[in-house]
Ligand binder design. Structure first.
Ligand SMILES: *[C@@H]1O[C@H](CO)[C@@H](O)[C@H](O)[C@H]1NC(C)=O
Ligand SMILES: *[C@@H]1O[C@H](CO)[C@@H](O)[C@H](O)[C@H]1NC(C)=O
Ligand SMILES: *[C@@H]1O[C@H](CO)[C@@H](O)[C@H](O)[C@H]1NC(C)=O
Ligand SMILES: *[C@@H]1O[C@H](CO)[C@@H](O)[C@H](O)[C@H]1NC(C)=O
Ligand SMILES: *[C@@H]1O[C@H](CO)[C@@H](O)[C@H](O)[C@H]1NC(C)=O
Ligand SMILES: [Ca+2]
Length: 532
C-alpha cells in the first residue's frame, strides 16, 4: 500500500476536490484585492496505525518455540500434532505476526508458551508504542486465534510510557476478576462516556472459531454524541471542545495489553492437558490519526517516527509550538468551532504595527500603542515577564538560563529569605541581596560569627574568642548560662562582690558542681543573705 522510501505520506494527495471536514489547512480564495490564503482548522486523515507500531512482549521467553513445543487446541484437546519452533520459519510465531499484512488468506499469529506451569498464572504483556500522540478514530480490534483471554486489561499511556492508566477491563466474570460491575459501552451516556468499564462481552467462551475479536469500542462512544450512524459529527466535535476530558480520552502514545488468563474452553482448567492453554494473536488493528492540534492535514513517517507536517506557522512533533519568528501571540491549538471550518489559531509573525516590532515572545496576545512615546508595547505580559516585548522578568524574578525567551518557565521566582534579605529582588543569576551577617544565594544562612534567629545576629558567645567565663556555658551562641554567683554577658562579673555575702567567695576551691548547688548550700549552710 505504501511506496518504499524514507518519506511516506500517510495522507493520500486528494485528486478529487471533494472535501471532508477539517482536511484542509488553507485554500486560495479570490477577493477584490486578488487571491489570498484563507486558513482553517485541519487534521490528518485517519489511518491504520498498526504498521507504525513498535511491539514489545513480556516477560522474555513468553513467545513459544524456544525450545520447540507441542500444543493442542481447545476444540480438539487430544489432537496435539501442532508444533511451535522458533528456529523454523514455517513453525515460528514471533510478535511481528500481530502487525503483518496477511496475504492470500493465510493467517499468521504470535503465540505464547503453553500453561504447563499451572497453577502459576500464565501472564503476558504486549506493549505497543508509536512515539507520537495519536487520536483513536475507530475501534481497536485484537484478533485472538484459539480463543479469547478470560481475563485481560487494556492500558494506555499519554506520555510515552512514563505513566499508565487502565483503558478497559475484560473478563468472563468482572466481579470475580476485578470486583467491578459488568458494563457495556452501550449502557454509557453523555455524562459517562469516558468511564473506564469492565466488560464481559469479549471474554465468554463461544468457541474459538466463532468469535475471535476483542474490541475497545470507539465508534459506540462517538455515537453517544454523533448519533448511531455518526452522521452528526459536528455535535461530537462541539463536545470535544467543551469537554477536555473527552478528547484526551481518545488520545494515547502507547497501548498495553495485559493478558492475565487464557481461554479455558469451559469453566475449569484441566490439569491433565495444559498444552491447550496459551495466547495467540493474529492481528491488532488501531485506527487513529496523528494528534497535530488541528494545525496539520498530513502526518508523515520519517526516520522511523510519525511526524505532523505543521501548518499555520507552528512546529513540533504535534505542532505544539509556534515557529521561531512567529511568536507574536502565545501558541494555541486550533479549534473545531465554529463548525464547519473551525478556527485555525495560527501563529503570527512579529507584528509590524507603526513600524515598531511588537513580538511578545508568546507571553501576551495584546499590544497597545503609547501615543506620547510613539511605541507599540505588549500589555499584560504573562508568565512573570514584563517589558515592551515581554522580554524581561518581573521584579522578584530572574531569567531561567536553560529556557528560551518564549518558554513559560523563563522567569524564576527569586525566593529571597524575608528575614535575611534586604528586599525580594535578586540579580540575573538568582542571588539575593543580604542583610549584614547573612549569606547564601537566598540569604538564608549566617556568616561566621553570626547566629540565626529570624535573621542573623552577631554571636554573643562562642568557643573561640567570646568565651563564657567562670565556668559559664555558651547557649547556641546567643547567651552565656552563668553559674549562680556570676553574671554579665560573659559571666565575667561576680554577684558576691565585696559584700562577701556569697558562700562561694569564701570557698574558692569549690568545684563547678558545687557552685551550681549554691542556692541549696545557702539554705543548708546558712550562708543565706539574711543570716544573723
Ligand atoms: C505487565 O506490566 C505490569 C505493569 O507494568 C507489571 O506489573 C507486570 O509485572 C507485567 N507483567 C509481565 C508478565 O511482565
Ligand atoms: C521520538 O520522536 C522524537 C521526535 O520526533 C525523536 O526526537 C526521538 O528520537 C524519537 N524517539 C525514538 C526512540 O525513536
Ligand atoms: C506563515 O508564514 C509565512 C511567511 O513565512 C506566511 O507566508 C504565511 O501566510 C504564514 N501562515 C499563516 C497561517 O499565518
Ligand atoms: C528552566 O527552564 C527549563 C526549560 O524549560 C525547565 O525545564 C525548568 O524547570 C526551568 N527551571 C525552573 C526553576 O523553573
Ligand atoms: C549575582 O551575584 C553573585 C554574587 O554576588 C555573583 O557571583 C554573580 O556574578 C551575579 N550575577 C550577575 C548576573 O550579576
Ligand atoms: Ca498476522
Amino acid at each position: 500500500m505504501w511506496p518504499e522510501g524514507a518519506l511516506l505520506l500517510l495522507t493520500l494527495v486528494q485528486l478529487v476536490p471533494t472535501r471532508g471536514q477539517y482536511d484542509m489547512c488553507k485554500s486560495l480564495v479570490s477577493t477584490d484585492e486578488g487571491a489570498v490564503w484563507e486558513h482553517y482548522a485541519c487534521q490528518p486523515k485517519s489511518s491504520s496505525m498498526k504498521e507504525y507500531m513498535r511491539i514489545r512482549v513480556d516477560p522474555p521467553g513468553i513467545t513459544c518455540g524456544n525450545p520447540p513445543e507441542r500444543f493442542c487446541t481447545l476444540e480438539n484437546p487430544y489432537l496435539c500434532s501442532d508444533e511451535c519452533d522458533a528456529s523454523n520459519p514455517d513453525l515460528a510465531h514471533p510478535p511481528q505476526l500481530m502487525q503483518d499484512r496477511e496475504r492470500s488468506g493465510l493467517i499468521t499469529y504470535w503465540q505464547t508458551v503453553t500453561w504447563s506451569r499451572y497453577p502459576e498464572p500464565l501472564l503476558a504483556n504486549i506493549t505497543l508504542s508509536w512515539n507520537k500522540s495519536l487520536e483513536l478514530t475507530d475501534d481497536i480490534q485484537i484478533t485472538f486465534e484459539y480463543g479469547r483471554p478470560t481475563i485481560m486489561v487494556l492500558d494506555k499511556s499519554l506520555n510515552y510510557g512514563r505513566s499508565w492508566q487502565p483503558y478497559q477491563y475484560y473478563a468472563d466474570d468482572c466481579m470475580e476478576a476485578f470486583n467491578m460491575e459488568p458494563k457495556r459501552v452501550r449502557d454509557l451516556n453523555a455524562a459517562s462516556a469516558t468511564r473506564v468499564i469492565c466488560t464481559e462481552q469479549y471474554s465468554r467462551w463461544v468457541g474459538s472459531k466463532n468469535e475471535k475479536t476483542v474490541r475497545f469500542e470507539v465508534r459506540s462512544r462517538f455515537a453517544i454524541f454523533a448519533g448511531p450512524r455518526l452522521l452528526n459529527m459536528d455535535a461530537l466535535y462541539t463536545r470535544m471542545e467543551s469537554m477536555k476530558g473527552l478528547r484526551d480520552f481518545f488520545t494515547f502514545t502507547n497501548l498495553r495489553l495485559r493478558l492475565l488468563r487464557p481461554a479455558l474452553g469451559g469453566t475449569y482448567v484441566q490439569r491433565d492437558n495444559l498444552l491447550k492453554y496459551f495466547y495467540a494473536i493474529s492481528n491488532i488493528e488501531v485506527s487513529a490519526r496523528c494528534k497535530c492540534n488541528l494545525h496539520a492535514s498530513q502526518c508523515v513517517f520519517e526516520d522511523d517516527n510519525l511526524q505532523c507536517v505543521c501548518e499555520h506557522n507552528t512546529t513540533g512533533q504535534d505542532c505544539n509550538r509556534c515557529k521561531k519568528g512567529f511568536k507574536a501571540k502565545s501558541w494555541k491549538a486550533g479549534s473545531y468551532l465554529p463548525t464547519p471550518n473551525g478556527t485555525p489559531n495560527t501563529c503570527s509573525q512579529a507584528g509590524t504595527t507603526s513600524g515598531s516590532n511588537c513580538e511578545c515572545n508568546g507571553h501576551s496576545n495584546r499590544c497597545s500603542y503609547i501615543d506620547y512615546l510613539n511605541i507599540v508595547t505588549c500589555v499584560s505580559c504573562k508568565h512573570n515577564t514584563r517589558g515592551q516585548n515581554c522580554q524581561h522578568c518581573r521584579m522578584g524574578y530572574f531569567r531561567n538560563a536553560s529556557a528560551e525567551l518564549d518558554d513559560e518557565s523563563v522567569c524564576i521566582e527569586c525566593n529571597c529569605n524575608q528575614m535575611g534579605s534586604l528586599h525580594d529582588r535578586c540579580n540575573g543569576t538568582g542571588f539575593c541581596q543580604c542583610k549584614e551577617g547573612t549569606t547564601g544565594v537566598k540569604c538564608d544562612e549566617c556568616a561566621p560569627g553570626y547566629y540565626w534567629k529570624q535573621g542573623c545576629y552577631p554571636n554573643v558567645c562562642d568557643e573561640e574568642l567570646l568565651l563564657c567565663q567562670n565556668g559559664g556555658t555558651c547557649y547556641q551562641s546567643q547567651r552565656c548560662i552563668c553559674p549562680p554567683d556570676f553574671k554579665g554577658v560573659l559571666c565575667q562579673q561576680s554577684r558576691c562582690g565585696d559584700s562577701k555575702r556569697c558562700s562561694s567567695a569564701s570557698m574558692p576551691a569549690l568545684s563547678l558542681a558545687l557552685l551550681l548547688l549554691c542556692p541549696l548550700l545557702n539554705i543548708l549552710l546558712g550562708c543565706a543573705t539574711s543570716a544573723p
